[in-house]
Design a protein around this ligand. Structure first.
Ligand code: ZN
Length: 229
């Protein structure tokens, strides 16, 4: 991270620059995101989920894979256009999200299919393993998605050095005049980080905080399908 990015990171955290002190070093270390480490964690979650599913479905062939990891902005835009994603900026663009696929006896557990509530159980097991490692999981319409945080603006507050990424600056330049109201939080973080002001026309609705799916901790013995706030 360059010095200016580091200064901006400190600004966001409202911390005075103290380059001589140990405090600054600790802060610098704490705010660094490592995508490689993130996907190592995803591999741990994948293996643990497979193990749990083998116990839950003892006579079945279980395959848990991660077909979608990091994505560039152009691919994200295609996902958004096709309806596969609701946003043009995603934790996938930071290498901080993974989409899991679960196949049982050759059948893809498509949580958007007609039997999605029954098929949700394997994903609730995934969710429990993801949450055990402190990861975000639980979007009703996207039960295979695991990420470092729920929203991009939370990720940027957690790892302020990420605001210096070129692709993020590219994305930002397209949000100057007219954009989606759902991006208000992330744009507010970026406006203050880049020290810019924009008078934007907002389209659509603000982000709604939907209830999250309930996970399925190890040792659960009732097949209950529900949501938690
Ligand atoms: Zn995803």
């Amino acid at each position: 991270m360059g010095y200016m990015a580091y200064k901006r990171a400190l600004d966001i955290l409202n911390i005075k620059d103290q380059p001589q002190s140990d405090t600054a070093k600790v802060i610098k270390k704490d705010i660094t995101f490592d995508s490689g480490e993130f996907y190592e964690k995803m591999e741990v979650i994948r293996k643990k989920t497979e193990g749990r599913l083998r116990l839950e479905y003892p006579n079945s062939k279980i395959e848990v894979t991660i077909p979608s990891k990091e994505r560039d902005l152009a691919t994200q835009k295609e996902y958004e256009k096709s309806g596969a994603s609701a946003t043009t900026i995603s934790l996938h663009n930071f290498g901080a999200a993974a989409d899991f696929k679960i196949v049982i006896d050759g059948e893809n557990q498509d949580v958007k299919g007609p039997n999605w509530k029954e098929e949700l159980l394997p994903f609730r097991i995934l969710g429990s393993e993801a949450r055990n490692l402190g990861m975000f999981w639980g979007w009703g319409g996207d039960a295979g998605h695991v990420a470092d945080t729920r929203f991009v603006h939370q990720f940027l507050r957690k790892y302020p050095e990420q605001i210096d990424q070129d692709f993020l600056k590219d994305w930002y330049t397209f949000q100057s005049d007219t954009t989606q109201a759902g991006y208000k939080n992330v744009l507010s973080v970026l406006d203050s980080a880049y020290k810019q002001e924009h008078d934007r026309v907002w389209l659509g609705d603000d982000v709604t905080i939907d209830p999250l799916l309930e996970d399925w901790p190890a040792g659960s013995n009732k097949k209950v399908f529900g949501y938690i706030k």
